[in-house]
Design a protein around this ligand. Structure first.
Ligand SMILES: Nc1nc2c(c(=O)[nH]1)N[C@H]1C(S)=C(S)[C@@H](COP(=O)(O)O)O[C@H]1N2
Ligand SMILES: [Mo]
Length: 316
């Protein structure tokens, strides 16, 4: 089922409506961050959803973002390549406009949304998050997006919806490893428990550094779950399904002893082949000491309660 919004879109917008709409919204985003940086008393004057924004940016010392030059050219995008530099070029051939996202499964209102229609119902905001790859490098990224919970609520999850399964685009014509490499199963699949998916820190991102999402970083829509290892933050999402059972995810299926379903950042639980105790910060100098990795990537005050009754070594 295609849901269309009934409104006249000027021809000027049709050429690249997604970027156009985002530009307008990003102005709002910038205002939001500015206000938060100055004081909280001005909040009432903005129409952003800043009040509901996660506290991550304001509790700890301000995060110094990694340069966009680095983040946009050091990527993991295995559908295109297994090295970290070539997706910058290879991913440019992925068609991302128009784009639709299916929401289905254990919901009252399944739908296939045109991305623009989905975004027109969200107020975008900037989220400056630490991002920690399971390979023990890290960065700090100013994402632009909205809480995944907002979208899930629109679909009205049934009580049987216990997990959320995300599926990336399958496009073997433009994604070479979907044709040639059978090591991983395609399309890329990830998953969250429903409470993780509904958590206000969990966002769907459509941009970064004040701009639309570069293709190599997962345009036009990707997940960002800042307290989990980077591979959970799936790129180029085509389908979101609410399901009863834990989804079989790409990395967990490939190497279940190396990559657990939860994959919460945890310095105490090493990868079988390396420690997770510390991390190399992208863009830091050669002599800069490694950063000590924090439990839940530093977001423990907000997410630890999700796992209070769990043995994190067992459910890694
Ligand atoms: N579809 C898809 N999503 C993906 C990946 C991928 O290869 N394919 N790589 C993951 C990994 S391992 C990491 S660390 C992050 C990297 O995001 P970045 O390239 O924007 O830094 O994306 C994750 N999402
Ligand atoms: Mo990663």
């Amino acid at each position: 089922m295609i849901i269309k919004t009934h409104k006249d879109i000027p021809a000027s917008e049709i050429t690249d409506p997604l970027v156009f709409k985002q530009r307008r919204q990003i102005i709002k985003v910038m205002m939001g961050s500015l206000v938060a940086g100055v004081s909280s008393s001005a909040l009432a004057e903005t129409k952003t959803e800043w009040n509901h924004a996660p506290k991550a940016n304001t509790t700890a010392a301000p995060l110094i973002t990694t340069s966009s030059e680095i983040v946009n050219n050091h990527t993991n995008y295995y559908e295109f390549t297994f090295n970290k530099t070539d997706a910058t070029q290879l991913a440019q051939s992925l068609p991302t406009d128009p784009w639709s996202v299916e929401i289905s499964g254990e919901v009252e209102k399944p739908a296939v949304y045109h991305l623009e229609d989905m975004l027109s119902q969200q107020s975008l905001q900037e989220y400056i998050y630490r991002f920690r790859c399971v390979e023990a490098w890290s960065m700090v990224v100013p994402w632009i997006g909205f809480p995944l919970a907002n979208l899930l609520k629109m679909a009205k999850p049934l009580s049987s919806a216990q997990f959320v399964q995300f599926t990336s685009i399958y496009d073997p014509k433009t994604m070479p490893n979907q044709r040639d490499n059978a090591m991983l199963e395609w399309p890329y699949v990830e998953g969250l428990r429903i409470d993780e998916a509904m958590h206000p820190l969990t966002i769907l991102a459509t941009g970064m550094y004040g701009e639309s999402m570069p293709k190599q970083n997962g345009a036009p829509l990707r997940l960002v779950v800042p307290w989990k290892y980077g591979f959970k933050s799936i790129k180029a999402i085509a389908k979101i399904e609410l399901v009863k059972r834990p989804p079989t995810t790409t990395w967990n299926k490939f190497a279940p002893n190396d990559y657990g379903f939860y994959s919460n950042v945890n310095p105490e639980v090493p990868h079988p082949r390396w420690s997770q105790n510390s991390e190399r910060q992208l863009g830091s100098g050669f002599f800069t000491p490694r950063r000590k990795t924090e439990l839940f990537n530093g977001y423990g005050s907000q997410v630890a309660s999700l796992y209070s009754d769990m043995d994190l070594r067992h459910f890694f």
